[in-house]
Design a protein around this ligand. Structure first.
Ligand code: FES
Ligand code: FES
Length: 164
């Protein structure tokens, strides 16, 4: 199997890694960088457990080859908390009871992060649409949706945009 040297930024750190042609971004994160917060649910683009932010967009990392990530910026769930302080979406999901077994949670957090970056004030329909590729078997989604709505308010408040 041919290998390739790639350089990419993961959670703000520049990484240069030798990867085989068939390695996925999910495998690179979990097996080469020990970033196991990104989950492997199906390896088939069906469950969303492996969602990361790739160049600003939510992406299923099991469906992207590592070699395609030359020069890319990747954000994983490990990159959300800063200096030990949870990101507002993490905080709000916990407060609203949107985490049960937690297997889907990293992917949900990354999809929600991408949504709130492009639309800081999403409607319930916007949130449900953003989560359409993230399967959760435990929560029934209501508390996740409420958590993301709460995170949107927290973020508006902390950026001085007022609380609706
Ligand atoms: S592991 Fe990637 S979509 Fe399920
Ligand atoms: S909390 Fe268990 S799958 Fe979502």
């Amino acid at each position: 199997m041919a290998t390739h040297s790639i350089t990419l930024t993961v959670n703000g750190s520049l990484e240069q890694i030798e990867v085989p042609s068939n390695l996925t971004l999910l495998q690179l994160l979990r097996e080469k960088l020990a970033l196991t917060g990104t989950k492997n649910g199906c390896m088939a683009g069906e469950c969303g457990a492996c969602t990361v932010i790739l160049d600003g967009e939510a992406a299923n990392s099991c469906m992207v080859l590592a070699v395609e990530c030359e020069g890319a910026e990747v954000l994983t769930v490990e990159g959300l908390a800063q200096a030990g302080v949870l990101d507002p979406i993490q905080e709000a999901l916990i407060e609203e009871g949107g985490v049960q077994c937690g297997f889907c949670t990293p992917g949900i957090l990354m999809s929600a992060h991408a949504l709130l970056e492009r639309n800081p004030h999403p409607t319930e329909a916007d949130i449900r649409e953003a989560l359409v590729g993230n399967l959760c078997r435990c929560t029934g989604y209501l508390r996740i949706v409420e958590g993301i709505q709460k995170a949107s308010k927290k973020m508006a408040h902390s950026s001085g945009g007022g609380v609706s």
